[in-house]
Design a protein around this ligand. Sequence first.
Ligand code: ADP
Length: 395
Amino acid sequence: MKTLVLNCGSSSIKYQFYQGEEVLAKGLAEQIGEGAGHLVYQTQGADLQRQNPLKDHHQALEEILALLVDPKVGVIKDRKDLDCVGHRVVHGGERFKQPVAIDSVVLQAIRACIPLAPLHNPANIEGIETAMVVFPRAKQIAVFDTAFHQSIPERAYRYALPEDHYKKLGVRRYGFHGTSHKYVAHRAAEFLGKPLEALKLITLHLGNGSSMAAIDRGQCIDTSMGMTPLEGLVMGTRCGDLDPAIPLFLSTHLGLDMKEVDQLLNKKAGFKGMTGHNDLRTIEAEYGEGNEAAIRALDLAAYRIKKYIGAYWAALGGLDALVFTAGIGENSVLTRKLALEGLEGLGIHLDPKLNAKPKGPAISTKASPVSVLVVPTNEELQIVREVGSLTKITL
Ligand code: ADP
């Protein structure tokens, strides 16, 4: 089966073309509709970069298609050779608990989720509508970032607010990064040689955006992001957990309107707000030089992770493995060390040598009751798998 995985943003398209589970081509189009344009296309034999204006998503996708079918650098003969397009869709609300074949009713339901993800869902819809025109014969399938978290029980997804706010406005925890949490949970079970249905896991997706999930025998039972991706851990530019009275306080005392407060908490807080940088590598370098702001920020971020581990240990009633993934989770020796220090009482024993230089997924000591694993995430491959399992049923 040939599948094109698309992740569409408002001015970008990231794509990977798969045959089965093998990537044949990948790349991205950026600066769409911005009077400029940057297109990247990579295969085993080709690495192309182009700068030319990309008017809209349609033009960008047509240019990607032209490369995919190009006699010299292409990987298929004709656009008809594509079986499925798998779309990453950020918000599926409560409606979508699984991937779904897209038709006009589904598209309308994704549109209805726009108030919950005003920055992301419109771009995802644009990608779907464009792909339907450019690849009219391919099956279009949506895979939702929120779907994996739909198994969370009510006590963990409801906020203590009046009933109407949930019923009429949809105010509840949805969670994000679901595709990544699901992928690494399956990989962890494979590595441990046990069925996922026999394991209690905590997965830590730590990147520019960061979230954790508590997974009880394959079912997600809690996650740190909330109704929006702002809740939970300290992130590149987001503050994470906050006293809910602080936005009002900032609005009053800084003379900001609610939009400006929202911008502050999403774009100017987190590592960026505390240190001036959102790239953890820079902050770690400053930490090494004894910079106080860097030390404070890393210490606070690691403490937040530690508290969530304790909370999820309690929610799960025990733990078999902790799974680190994404840019920070996979690479930051210091974050893993600071976050896991002092958790021996929960059965978590990090091996300092393996943490500094992993020889495989496991970085815990042999005797550690809880395994600590580093597992690279692969959201595109998970989307291909979801598309595959759905089309087997519906084709
Ligand atoms: P995104 O959420 O944009 O996909 P990533 O998963 O790529 O983000 O993670 C980006 C973060 O990972 C950045 O803060 C970056 O500094 C951090 N990172 C990447 N490599 C390293 C490294 N070797 N050591 C520490 N942090 C790293």
